[in-house]
Design a protein around this ligand. Structure first.
Ligand code: ZN
Length: 208
């Protein structure tokens, strides 16, 4: 339970229902911002309000609706940009499967979850995952965009399905009936996770 201390603040950051996140260790007030989207000033306000020392700016993937606020955050905080090189080749810290981001008294683990984009990642603590556009509440990311790979997305979702059922999901967009959920809820209610095989997933995701 070494990561039980992390706090996550969810912010509504665009007209496209994007979520930004501020994740921090409440004991040390060391934090990371995730996907500033179109309203990075909301993150700056939250950083100031909670007196967070921002160490990292994390991107779940390289789509414009997630990264367009990067510059404002980097300019105002001195944080280092961390992302997967397949989407963000010029990031300060290049993430890969298994990368660990130490934040105060906890560690965020990186899962490389390609499919929506080649460089999509999930940020994982012991009890939480920040899933970008790989997994939403009741849905999953698109697989018909340039760089998308429906087979890779299926495989990435199979990995997320194996996480403990109580794992709380913080998605990249507010597309579901609730702003967050759990792996257990998704296993029962998400049609994409309930697909029994790749064939049925491909048909549901891309149309038959
Ligand atoms: Zn996206």
């Amino acid at each position: 339970m070494k990561n039980a201390t992390f706090k996550i603040i969810q912010l509504h950051a665009s007209e496209m229902d994007n979520f930004s996140y501020l994740i921090y260790c409440p004991k040390t007030l060391r934090g990371a911002a995730v996907d500033p989207s179109m309203r990075p000033e909301l993150l700056l306000d939250a950083i100031k309000k909670h007196a967070i020392q921002l160490e990292f700016l994390l991107n779940t993937h390289g789509h414009a609706d997630h990264i367009s606020g990067n510059k404002l955050i980097l300019d105002h905080t001195g944080a280092k940009l961390a992302a997967h090189p397949a989407d963000m080749p010029t990031a300060d810290i290049l993430l890969a499967e298994g990368s660990e981001i130490v934040l105060g008294e906890g560690t965020i683990e990186v899962m490389h979850t390609p499919g929506h984009t080649p460089g999509s990642v999930v940020f994982k603590t012991d009890q939480q995952i920040i899933t970008g556009d790989t997994l939403f509440v009741s849905r999953c990311g698109r697989a018909d965009l340039p760089g998308s790979d429906v087979v890779a997305l299926y495989q990435s979702l199979q990995r997320l399905k194996k996480l403990p059922e109580e794992t709380r999901i913080y998605p990249g967009h507010n597309y579901g009936p609730t702003p967050t959920s759990t792996i257990g809820w998704e296993l029962k209610n998400n049609e994409y996770l309930k697909c029994p095989d790749l064939q049925s997933f491909t048909t549901l995701r891309l149309g038959g």
